[in-house]
Design a protein around this ligand. Structure first.
Ligand code: NAP
Length: 313
């Protein structure tokens, strides 16, 4: 039997690449020039932000399946895929704990200034006097923008810190005890820490903007573990420079991995390299789900994790 040919469109962990090579004949998007290969490719695999747009789909006439290694799939033009009868899957759930853990790490890091304190000790500055006082996290007010799978895992952890949780989302969740606010701005005005954990893409683009930062205020901190696109980044940098807000903890950025020098030089930010799901355990679980989604498609069995837009089809 001829091998099933698939196309890889982003960097993937070596163990996933090995497993894909064992099961399929896998091509790399930057290596294909042969038009016959383009015709034989029946599936695409790539990370959450890898660009799978209408143009790419138009040169791959026989693609039937896109398996995204990640829960966010904002790089994929799902509308174009659905139009062409292409199935899209992702890896929800298995990364909730890690992303929530990193969110708590960023909350503690910005509140207690742990990275600056580390530098203070290393630089020998302690002999000249104690480190400055910081902000208490326990009992503080946390506003979560996007209370889905990961948002709830963050709320669970923050509850153990006795944080007062409130949220905004597309809809109010009657079954949850937390106060709901209809917008990020209304939420920001009521909290000490505002944390974004929504999907990226057009529906959330720039939703954390200057007005939201003004509402959060000079004692407020912003945490972003969602997507860089969710924030108006120039407005955020200005807000941080002008002390409109106290600080930020960021895992995601515009145009990552190229981070603007203004952001890199700000003293009141803690920056991590989009690593929220980056543990051995979770990346393995994500790989297994991405592989299971592909295998189910080719076996004609139910696909474990279709994106919502493909579930009703
Ligand atoms: P989810 O279960 O689908 O939850 C998404 C939440 O965002 C829901 O509460 C949803 O509201 C809300 N939301 C969606 N669009 C919105 C809008 N336009 N305005 C306000 N709220 C909106 O997704 P998840 O599994 O928790 O993942 C969330 C996102 O986290 C992913 O899409 C990805 O972008 C990001 N992520 C980042 C990392 C990282 O490494 N930093 C890792 C994993 C995921 P409703 O509940 O009302 O529908």
């Amino acid at each position: 039997m001829d091998p099933i040919e698939i196309l890889r469109v982003s960097n993937l962990p070596p163990f996933l690449v090995d497993d894909l090579h064992k099961a399929y004949l896998m091509h790399d998007n930057n290596h294909i020039t042969d038009p016959d290969v383009l015709k034989r490719v029946v599936a695409i695999v790539g990370g959450g932000e890898s660009k799978v747009d209408r143009k790419l789909l138009s040169i791959l006439p026989n693609v039937k399946m896109i398996s995204v290694f990640g829960v966010g799939y904002d790089g994929v033009d799902v509308a174009a895929a659905v139009e062409k009868g292409i199935t899209v899957s992702h890896t929800p759930g298995v990364l909730n704990d890690d992303v929530a853990d990193l969110a708590m790490g960023l909350l503690l890091s910005v509140a207690r200034q742990i990275p600056r304190a580390d530098q203070f000790v290393r630089a020998g500055d302690w002999v000249d006097g104690p480190f400055n006082l910081t902000k208490k996290l326990t009992g503080a007010r946390l506003g979560i923008v996007g209370l889905g799978r990961i948002g709830l895992a963050i709320a669970k952890r923050a509850s153990a810190f006795d944080m007062k949780i409130s949220y905004t989302a597309r809809s109010k969740k009657a079954e949850l005890p937390f106060p709901y606010y209809p917008s990020a701005k209304a939420l920001a005005a009521e909290v000490d820490f505002l944390l974004a954990i929504t999907p990226g893409g057009d529906s959330t683009r720039g939703m954390i903007n200057q007005e939201v930062f003004e509402a959060l205020g000079p004692k407020g901190f912003f945490i972003n573990v969602a997507r860089g696109s969710v924030v108006d980044q120039p407005a955020m940098i200005k807000a941080l420079e002008n002390k409109v807000i106290a600080g930020a903890g960021l895992d995601v950025y515009y145009d990552e991995p190229r981070i603007s020098p203004e952001l890199r030089h700000l003293p009141n930010v803690v920056l991590t390299p989009h690593m929220a799901s980056g543990t051995f355990e979770t990346r393995r679980a994500m790989a297994d789900l991405a592989l299971a989604n592909l295998a189910a498609y080719f076996a004609g069995t139910p696909i474990p994790a279709l994106v919502p837009e493909c579930q009703a089809l």
